[in-house]
Design a protein around this ligand. Structure first.
Ligand code: PLP
Length: 386
């Protein structure tokens, strides 16, 4: 068997491995608290589930257009206008099976040997994995704890070369919970006007999960970027629909047909009933989203207080998503060692910062998509082993 060389370049998302290890311990009868996986611990709101069931009963059993059914793309356009204040053309949208295919497709569109793609580090691990897979050179954008894991526009702009093709931006961010404030985004967007050869993938999958009065600022707010901006968002996090596999992406005119072509080659279309559920999610009541974000906010404050009370650990307050990313260097352990000790000795699943890039050493990601009593119990157990 002779595999393509690029197969050796493909990375993974360790959160799924941690989930498997946690499940294996559970199967042995251990009471594992899972603060590892990045998915809401709430069920999908019932009206969304009912819309999918109705779609199946109504006979939506067949293929749909590769870029998604028109009423769903129209509903996304209305949602973008409502939450981002920007008018978009539904023809520029492609409905995807989750958020990940948008990053896969956009990195494949730009990445090849000789090209450079910039990505946040620590950041969502699939960015670096797919950049390497494409043959491009990954150029990390360092996110610093000292600035709340925002990014420095000057640093990013200063590293652009004539080989840079794509810059990936993620706010609010996984794994840090950091956000990029409007001032830094302004600087970044204005600076990019001097580099017309560079496109941007803006991963806004946590756009509805912000705290302390912060509002989401989308890169869509900058008209000068529109003809080279790809926006990634979806239903997974906002509507607790991770297992449904439903996402959307917005592409510039030149790229939308290519994204649809990749979709035809890859998966034909997203399953029809799920697309109808997506309409119900966007057009139906948003109380469940608001309630979930309120619950995350309370847990955020709880986990940050508890983490800061642990010996050797300090945690900046995350402003978005549902992750805390404490500095663990004071424990004397590496991120991997602490992750393993917490899982094996305290039955608490977390993800080592190094799973999100080399610059994640010294940090561990805690997902606070778990109940307050579970978070309290997890912190008590960790305190004991420390
Ligand atoms: N982007 C970021 C930053 C994420 O954290 C995730 C999931 O964890 C995704 C995209 C992918 O989302 P999906 O499950 O919809 O593919």
């Amino acid at each position: 068997m002779q595999l393509a060389q690029r197969m050796s370049q493909l990375g993974t998302e360790t959160a799924f491995e941690v989930l498997a290890r946690a499940e294996a311990l559970r199967a042995q009868g251990k009471d594992v608290i899972n603060l590892g996986i990045g998915q809401p611990d709430f069920p999908t709101p019932p009206h969304i589930v009912e819309a999918a069931a109705k779609a199946l009963k109504d006979g939506h059993h067949g293929y749909t257009p590769a870029n998604g059914i028109v009423p769903l793309r129209e509903a996304v356009a209305a949602d973008v206008l409502k939450y981002r204040g920007v008018e978009i053309n539904p023809d520029n949208l492609v409905i995807m099976p989750g958020g990940k295919p948008t990053m896969f497709f956009s990195i494949l569109m730009f990445g090849e040997p000789g090209a450079e793609i910039m990505y946040p580090n620590p950041g969502f691990p699939i960015y670096e994995s797919v950049i390497r897979f494409s043959g491009a050179t990954p150029i990390p954008i360092a996110l610093h704890e000292s600035s709340g894991f925002s990014f420095s526009a000057d640093e990013v702009l200063g590293r652009i070369t004539d080989k840079t093709r794509l810059i990936i931006v993620n706010t609010p961010a996984n794994p840090t919970g950091g956000i990029i404030d409007a001032e830094e985004l302004d600087k970044f967007a204005n600076g990019l006007e001097g580099f017309p050869h560079v496109s941007v993938l803006s991963d806004e999958i946590y756009s509805r999960m912000l705290y302390d009065g912060h509002a989401h600022k989308s890169l869509l707010a900058y008209p000068a970027l529109r003809d080279r901006l790809i926006v990634l968002d979806g239903w997974s996090k906002t509507y607790a629909m991770t297992g449904w596999r439903l996402g959307w992406s917005l592409w510039p005119d030149a790229l939308a047909p290519l994204a649809a072509k990749l979709a035809v080659n890859d998966h034909s279309c997203v399953n029809a009933a799920t697309q109808w559920a997506g309409i119900a999610a966007l057009e139906g009541p948003q109380d469940a989203v608001d309630d979930m974000v309120r619950a995350f906010d309370a847990r955020r404050q709880l986990i940050v207080d508890k983490l800061n009370a642990l010996p050797g650990i300090s945690c900046v307050t995350p402003l978005g998503a549902f992750y805390a990313f404490p500095n663990i260097t004071g424990t004397g352990k590496t991120a991997g060692e602490l992750q393993d000790a917490m899982l094996n000795e305290a039955c608490v699943a977390t993800v080592a910062g190094t799973s999100f890039g080399a610059l994640g050493e010294g940090y561990v990601r805690f997902s606070y998509a778990a109940s307050a009593p579970q978070i309290e119990e997890a912190m008590t157990r960790i305190a004991k082993i420390l």
